[in-house]
Design a protein around this ligand. Structure first.
Ligand SMILES: C[S@@+](CC[C@H](N)C(=O)[O-])C[C@H]1O[C@@H](n2cnc3c(N)ncnc32)[C@H](O)[C@@H]1O
Ligand code: SF4
Length: 437
């Protein structure tokens, strides 16, 4: 019998090696990227403001300053208009953060603009438990929001205190009440939970999952705690240090505890009755990231916008996008990226791969596909490769690894504008960012 932890770390090492070039970003001029030639396109809109900052959080977020937020939203809408004028078409939009609902009127105006300009079917918005107020919920629903995603992380009061969220968003019981109040209002109501928090026990996670299933939400995203060097430093005091060796046990508990009511729709998302996946990164061929600290992926090129809010405003005022760096993936890299995100979304369709990458896809990636099969991570059928239960665990690890490298990149970009982000003062040097990951 093999040692599963050894296999996990070996797989991750290989994965790291094979994907080491994904984020080799270099500076670029911020001109509009070309429209994608193949496949559909999604719009991601980043709202980096939060009323308080959580130590574990790996996203691009800054303390809310209302005048700054108003200026930011104005720039954001101009950037969205730029993409419209350039002929981009989006099938859906995802408002992520930060906390997109910090300035509801601005958000609603931005949603209205997106709906006016593009034929979007899905409108997804992230929020926090305190913003689940009935009037705002009604406005969001009237505004066309189809999926509301609430950051809960845990219902355990001790863990909420450690994360600094108890004071901000209330106790686990209060958060549960807020979610009950939002149940049934949106086609999808998603709850974010985090597992492998340093002081989390299996029993605590089980209680979270049991409570979640009584609330009427129809989706749960269970993220492994993802860290970066800066994140680990921030967490070290109140929260402690996570232990990777517990990941498998936590992950298996999640799948078991949520079945049969909730089925996986990606390696870390579970939906009631197995409804469709909401992970645009796994389903959209291309996506445009608008706002500060957002990523785009268009025809095999990855782009990142500036993490400086001042630079972002200046660039938009100058008729540019927020884009400051890019990396054009090589052919094999693009195929590996497609394999990663598709398998993360539970399977790779043979015909889809052939149409997008030609028969060379199977020749170049035979090693990866063979490894997935031999390990029992995927099974091959006439349509393609389907992820198995153990495969889901490995893809969760790989996606977490990928996001951790994104987090390291974010750290580097934020270091660059640290003074600005701490003080809201003017930036000395803007739009000039060079970072590798
Ligand atoms: C950008 S937040 C938006 C939600 C909202 N701001 C809140 O916190 O309530 C989206 C989700 O990312 C997840 N997240 C943030 N940092 C994470 C980390 N270091 N590891 C794993 N998940 C994380 C959390 O589950 C969070 O709810
Ligand atoms: S977890 Fe949510 S509220 Fe906390 S800092 Fe991150 S984005 Fe802001």
């Amino acid at each position: 019998m093999f040692d599963s932890t050894l296999i996990d770390s070996l797989l991750i090492r290989i994965f790291r090696f094979r994907t080491r070039g994904f984020l080799r970003m270099t500076e670029c001029d911020g001109a509009l990227p070309p429209r994608p030639r193949t496949g559909g396109c999604y719009l991601y809109v980043h709202i980096p403001f939060c009323e308080a900052l959580c130590p574990f959080c790996s996203f691009h977020r800054v303390l809310l300053c209302r005048p700054q937020a108003h200026r930011y939203f104005t720039a954001l809408r101009r950037e969205i208009e730029l993409y419209h004028q350039a002929g981009f078409e989006f099938s859906g939009v995802y408002f992520g953060g930060g906390t997109p609902t910090v300035e509801p009127e601005e958000l609603l105006e931005t949603i209205a603009l997106v709906r006016k300009r593009f034929a979007v079917r899905d409108i997804s918005v992230e929020t926090n438990p305190r913003d689940l107020r009935p009037p705002l919920l009604a406005q969001l629903r009237r505004g066309g929001v189809t999926r509301l995603s609430v950051g809960v992380q845990s219902f355990d009061d001790t863990l909420l205190r450690e994360m600094g969220r108890f004071e901000k968003y209330g106790s686990g019981a209060e958060i549960a009440d807020h979610i009950r109040g939002a149940a049934g209002l949106f086609p999808t109501l998603n709850v974010d939970l985090i597992f492998n928090l340093p002081h989390q026990t299996l029993a605590s996670l089980e209680r979270d999952l049991d409570l979640f299933q009584t609330l009427g939400a129809n989706q749960v995203s269970c993220y492994p705690l993802m860290t970066s060097p800066a994140g680990l430093r921030r967490m070290a005091g109140a929260m402690g240090v996570p232990d990777r060796r517990r990941l498998r046990q936590f992950y298996q508990t999640i799948g078991r505890r949520l079945a049969p009511g909730f089925a996986p729709t990606s390696a870390w998302c579970f939906t009631r009755n197995g409804g469709g996946s909401d992970e645009y990164i796994a389903t959209a061929d291309n996506y445009v990231g608008a706002g500060s600290g957002a990523f785009s992926y268009l025809d095999g090129t990855l782009y990142s916008t500036t993490f400086s809010l001042a630079a972002y405003e200046q660039r938009i005022a100058g008729g540019l996008t927020g884009i400051v760096t890019k990396h054009q993936l090589g052919d094999t890299e693009r195929m590996r990226y497609a394999l990663l995100v598709r398998m993360f979304g539970l399977g790779l369709d043979r015909e889809w791969a052939r149409q997008h990458y030609g028969p060379g896809f199977f020749r170049r990636l035979w090693g990866e596909l063979f490894t997935l099969e031999v390990l029992g991570a995927a099974i091959r059928d006439p349509r393609g490769w389907r992820l198995t239960e153990s495969g889901r665990y490995w893809l969760m690890l790989m996606m977490a690894e990928f996001f951790q490298s994104v987090n390291t990149y974010r750290d580097a970009m934020r270091d660059h504008v640290q003074t600005e982000q701490a003080t809201w003062g003017p930036v000395a040097r803007v739009g000039h960012i060079q970072a590798g990951a």
